[in-house]
Structures are given as C-alpha cells and as structure tokens.
Design a binder for this molecule. Structure first.
Ligand code: DI6
Ligand code: FE
Length: 402
C-alpha cells in the first residue's frame, strides 16, 4: 500500500480501548494517507508492501495521539492580574465576583474588542498550547453575554482554525454570568439565551455545544435545565461547569440531560458520580482552577473510578480562575493535587478528552481511520510528560498527517 507519510523506529502509545493499558508498542510504525491513519502498530505486523512517499525514521521516540484541550475559555480581551493581586491581599474569588469584578470585568474588555483584536490577543495563548502538542482545542464563549459579542467571540474562535493547524471545537456559554444590563431581569436574559441565542448559534454553525456555569454565584439548576432543553432542541451537545465551588447537583443535571461532560466537580456527590457513569458523561478535571483559587476540596476521583466514570484533564484556560496555557502542567497538577495516575493523565488529554468533546470516532487514539494527529516526544518513558514541571520535550507535532 502506498501512503503519503510513514513514521518508523518509534514507540507508540495508541490509547486504543481494545489494548491493555495505554496500548504501548515497541518498534512501531504509523502510516498516513489523505490525513488519516491507515496503519498504527508493530512494524512486524505492518501490511506487506506498506510504503510511503516520505519515510521518517525516528530514534525510538514515543508517539502519542495529538493532545486535546477539551475545556478552555481562550478567547477574551484584557487580563485579571489586578484581581490576582487583590486575592493575594486576601479577597476571595467569590467576593470579587459579587462586587462586579471577576467574569464581568473580562466581559467589559471583551465587548470593547473587535474580532481582529480578539484573535490577536488569543493567538499567543493558542500558540503556547500548540507548542506542547495540542491538535484539538475546545473554546467557549461567555465573555460577551450580549448577542453581538458572543457571536464575535465564537467567530474569533472558529477563525483560529484557519490561522493555525489545529481543530477548534466551540461551545456557547451564554449562562456564564448575568450581564449588567439584565441585573434586574434574570428572566429576560434567560429568554435571550434560550429562545434567541441557542437557536442562532446552532443555525449559524458557530458552536457544537452549549455550556452553563451552574453555581450559587452564577445560574441555578432550574436555569441550567432550561438552557439544556433549548440546546437539545437545537441539536447541540451539552456540557456543564458543575459543582466547582459548592454542591449544586450539577453532575446529576448534566447526566440527566445526556451531557458529553461535567467539568470541575470538586463538590460532586456520590449520586452525581453514579448518574454520570450511567449516562456516559465524562468528568473533566480542571486542576489549574483548583490550584489558582487555592481550593482545598479535591474532586472525588476515587468515587469516579469506582463507578467507572471516564476522566479527562484540561487547562480551563481563562483570565480569572486558571490563566494556564500548558496542558503538560495540567497533567502534573492533576497527578499531584488530585492523585490521578500517570495513565489516567495521559488518557485524560487524549482519548478521554476526545470523548468529552464527542469526537472519539475521529481523534484521541492512534487507530486506522482516525485523523493522523500525532505528538512525538523526546522521552524515555511517557511518564516523564506528567512528571516534569515546566519542561517541554516535544519533538514534533503532526496535524492531519502533516
Ligand atoms: N468557571 C471557571 O472556572 C471560569 N468560568 C467558570 O464558569 C472562570 C471564568 C473567570 O473567572 O473569568
Ligand atoms: Fe471553565
């Protein structure tokens, strides 16, 4: 079989579910044609006559699937360094939010930014992720909260995929905070989001999913259900910021609404974890926010394991609670702070992150038929990717076979 490109003399972590562990293969080969994987396995089992226009000999480097950051708020204007200083001086995240700072301060700056300005502000953050091997990134809106700015944020996010070799999955996060012009009219804002915005972003193809911040400082379980009903009617997937700062029954709401994922989950209870397992809802763990807000209650990882809830790891990159643009560091934090195993971390930024975005049939593992998105690492053991702090051993990154 004649292919476009072939990597050999490599070690592979395929992450294929049928394989034991993470599917490690010594002396492996990957071949790509038309951007897709046509073979990934031991060189001894490669189909006879497998050849390629370009043959790349590696030096025993490890090849993993391209990394997937499945929860970010990458597109915004300004920063919140001043709030960071206030928190260092003793103010809490919730106090700052209730005083009109927090998310709403980023909303003010984002409303004043053009689409070009948003793209320009985001590119350095995106490039930081790509430099560590990210090949798919999810990006949420939620810093506009009015019609035009939310659309602008989503368009800016989509346009990043035309500027860089990366797949961008977008999520409409209308229920992130109550915008000031609706401060005395929650019902009016819920109507705008559920009746106008959700159908609009679906019709314009600007988002694949709908998310909400279900929290006592944000939106209630009932309000969350309403936006989920609208999302389902519009044919959009559901995701949820759930149980981050308090137990709001978010995990159960996400599960009940067939959400792809419930994210954060520090305060999730056992019933919520059980419901997630039954629904197949992925637990997206965000240790960057836990660390940066100096939270003390870690998500119930042992309970997720016991019920068989799949776990992903993401940066939650955002200006307020997780100004983090390193998925490698997110893995280290997940291991150190949440006690995830190395294998759970590596699966959490590949296969399980793909599952959390509903694209596991396309990416997330090294298997024939999937996009050939690869990361090639200068490490002796893949555990080094989780173990090191602030060191990037990426040898090269392949997106769609290139
Ligand atoms: N939870 C978070 O951690 C971020 N959004 C959310 O719903 C924080 C966003 C911010 O503070 O700007
Ligand atoms: Fe978030």
């Amino acid at each position: 079989m004649q292919c476009d490109r072939l990597w050999y003399n490599a070690r592979l972590m395929t992450l294929a579910e049928a394989s034991p562990g993470l599917g490690a293969i010594e002396d492996g080969v990957i071949a790509a044609k038309g951007g897709r994987i046509v073979y990934a396995g031991p060189s001894a089992d490669a189909p006879a006559g497998l050849d390629a226009q370009e043959r790349i000999r590696l030096d025993g480097q490890w090849i993993l699937p391209g990394l997937i950051d499945c929860h970010t708020h990458l597109v915004y204007a300004g920063d919140r360094a001043r709030e960071f200083e206030l928190r260092l001086a003793g103010a809490t995240y919730e106090e700052i939010a209730r005083a009109g700072g927090g998310i709403l301060s980023t909303v003010r700056e984002t409303r004043n930014a053009s689409e070009a300005a948003l793209v320009a502000a985001t590119l350095p953050r995106l490039d930081a992720l790509l430099a560590e091997g990210v090949t798919t990134v999810e990006i949420k809106s939620g810093y506009g909260l009015d019609r035009d700015t939310e659309l602008r944020q989503l368009r800016a996010a989509k346009s990043l995929a035309r500027l860089r070799p990366v797949d961008v999955r977008t999520t409409y996060l209308g229920l992130h905070a109550l915008p000031p012009e609706f401060a005395t009219d929650r019902e009016g804002y819920l109507d705008l989001v559920c009746r106008e915005m959700v159908p609009l972003v679906a019709a314009e193809g600007l988002a694949e999913s709908v998310d909400a911040f279900c929290e006592r400082i944000a939106f209630s379980p009932e309000e969350t259900e309403r936006v989920f009903v609208a999302a389902r009617a519009a044919g959009l997937a559901r995701k949820l910021h759930a149980d981050q700062l308090s137990d709001s029954a978010g995990a159960a709401i996400a599960a009940r609404n067939g959400a792809l994922s419930a994210d954060h989950l520090e305060y999730t209870n056992e019933a919520g974890a059980s419901a997630m397992a039954t629904a197949g809802t992925v637990a997206v763990l965000l240790p960057g926010a836990f660390y940066f807000l100096r939270e003390t209650k870690a998500p119930p990882v042992a309970t997720f394991r016991r019920f068989g809830v799949p776990m992903a790891v993401a940066t939650d990159s955002n200006p307020g609670s997780s100004p983090l643009t390193s998925l490698l560091l997110a893995m280290n934090l997940a291991a150190t702070l949440f006690r995830l195993t190395v294998d759970e971390c590596l699966a959490g930024v590949t296969r399980e992150a793909a599952r959390a975005l509903g694209i596991l049939d396309q990416v997330g593992t090294l298997e024939p038929g999937k996009w050939c998105d690869l990361t090639i690492w200068n490490v002796e053991r893949p555990a080094e990717l989780v173990y090191r702090i602030g060191f990037n051993p990426l040898h090269s990154r392949v997106w769609r076979g290139q």
